[in-house]
Design a protein around this ligand. Structure first.
Ligand code: GDP
Length: 435
């Protein structure tokens, strides 16, 4: 995530601005390891751009009218770590002893810098704005952090200047593939979804030749149904060869976020279903089992429990995947598919902050210590999330080869539990770090 640093002389209103920028979110303030405590971090979001804000205000504690070397160094470091800087001046008291140094300091870096004059609370104050042009800092944004004036314009420009700013947003479609054996009801489900009058549908070319994906909007959220043409065409020409179905499923699986693995409730989970499920697991896909044709079976807890146990036994590795009973034919519980998809997708794209993640690992390794490796104690130094889809973590250890498989699984389960990632696959890599 990009980082925006707020820099400025003491009393310019940095923390007021910081609070205003983070107020909409529950200003989650994280202590990143290796970072001094007086730097304040929070997550913020503007125009669908997610970034972290750092308030450097705490650095000035000891400085009355000139820079202490330590303050100077800390601010330089905060700027060096940032992708954009807001240099905030005090429009009520005018140019301060620090301002020229700060302008020189930021000039030494290449990231975009936004000069803003704070405390321009009413039109009469605007004349104070102009004296700051003497610093050669342009353009100047006039702000009132206390009243909220000028903030939106500043943030528009800051957000636009951030690198690679587009992160997950509500407008990215959730990519779903319906996979399963011939005749389990895949086309029936897709037709059912596309036939709903509340659903807006459009078709788009898929990535492979003659594959067609369908974009649909359900409850105002976009979903991309992968290769709907392939699913339906196959049923039209009655080309229901098992081998062909597997290849088709693999192609669709490669491109999806969520695999909707459809089973025939009457048949239970078959060998071919297990192969498809295994492939989805290897690819790190989020999965939901759809037990279709539920209208045909005796609907009882006993029957459901039996099928569920069977699925859990046959596809152990997908124990996190929700199991949902539906009837594509009658449409019963089909809306549930989207409810579950939303919940699963939120977990699949979830990010844990570095601070909370390290606290989880620390608590886990303290509670249950790993066994020794050739008489040496295993040390877990530091963990970070390196990716999403699926959530992927790396942990630095003195002897990664000494971490037992079952201990790795224990750590994964601890992350699952603490971060509420109970419905998706998780990857944890162990990397060596010297002592
Ligand atoms: P596909 O090969 O997986 O795309 O399967 P189809 O959608 O072509 O369905 C195969 C057959 O199962 C068709 O005759 C459907 O009408 C039937 N079918 C699909 N879903 C259901 C369901 O939920 N209940 C019942 N009773 N029949 C279904």
């Amino acid at each position: 995530k990009p980082v925006v640093a707020i820099v400025g002389p003491p009393n310019a209103g940095k923390s007021t601005l910081f609070n205003r920028l983070t107020k909409t979110r529950s200003a989650l303030v994280d202590d990143f390891p290796g970072v001094t405590r007086d730097r304040h971090y929070a997550a913020a979001s503007w125009n669908d751009v997610d970034f972290d804000i750092v308030d450097t205000g705490g650095f000035f504690a000891l400085d009355k009218d000139a820079f202490a070397q330590k303050t100077h160094d800390q601010i330089r470091q905060a700027i060096a770590d940032a992708d954009a800087v807001i240099l905030l001046f005090d429009g009520a008291s005018g140019i301060s002893a620090f301002d020229r140094d700060l302008v020189d300091l930021v000039r030494g870096f290449s990231m975009p810098v936004f000069f803003a004059v704070n405390k321009i609370d009413h039109p009469g104050r605007e004349e104070h704005l102009y004296e700051f042009y003497a610093l050669g800092a342009e353009p100047l944004y006039a702000l009132s952090s206390a009243h909220g004036h000028g903030i939106a314009g500043l943030l528009d420009d800051v957000a636009a200047a951030l690198p690679e700013t587009k992160t997950e947003t509500e407008s990215d479609p959730v990519r779903m593939a319906v996979v399963g054996r011939p005749n389990v009801g895949k086309s029936s489900l897709i037709n059912r979804i596309m036939g709903e009058d509340r659903v807006i549908v459009s078709e788009q070319a898929g990535t492979t030749r003659d594959s067609i994906d369908t974009l649909c909007r359900v409850n105002d959220r976009p979903y991309l149904l992968i290769d709907t043409a392939g699913v339906r065409r196959k049923s039209r020409v009655k080309q229901k060869i098992e081998k062909y179905a597997i290849i088709k499923a693999m192609e669709s699986l490669d491109r999806c976020d969520i695999a909707l693995i459809m089973l025939d409730a009457a048949a239970g989970i078959t060998e071919q279903d297990v192969r498809i499920a295994g492939y989805a697991f290897e690819k790190g896909k989020a999965c939901i089992f759809l037990l279709n044709k539920w209208d045909l079976v005796e609907k009882s807890d006993r029957v459901f429990k039996q099928i569920k146990e069977d699925i859990r036994y046959q596809a152990k590795y997908l124990s996190f995947a929700p199991i949902l009973t539906i009837s594509a034919l009658t449409g019963r519980r089909v809306p549930k598919v989207f409810e579950f998809a939303d919940a699963v997708y939120a977990q699949y794209t979830h990010r844990i902050g570095t601070g909370p993640l390290n606290r989880i690992i620390e608590a886990a390794t303290t509670r249950t210590e790993p066994s020794m490796h050739h008489g040496r104690r295993l040390k877990f130094y530091y963990a970070a999330q390196t990716g999403t889809r699926p959530p992927t973590f790396v942990c630095f250890v003195n002897y990664p080869e000494g971490v037992h498989f079952s201990y790795q699984r224990y750590l994964i389960n601890q992350i699952r539990e603490a971060a509420g990632l109970d419905m998706v696959p998780i990857r944890l890599w162990l990397r060596k770090r010297g002592e």
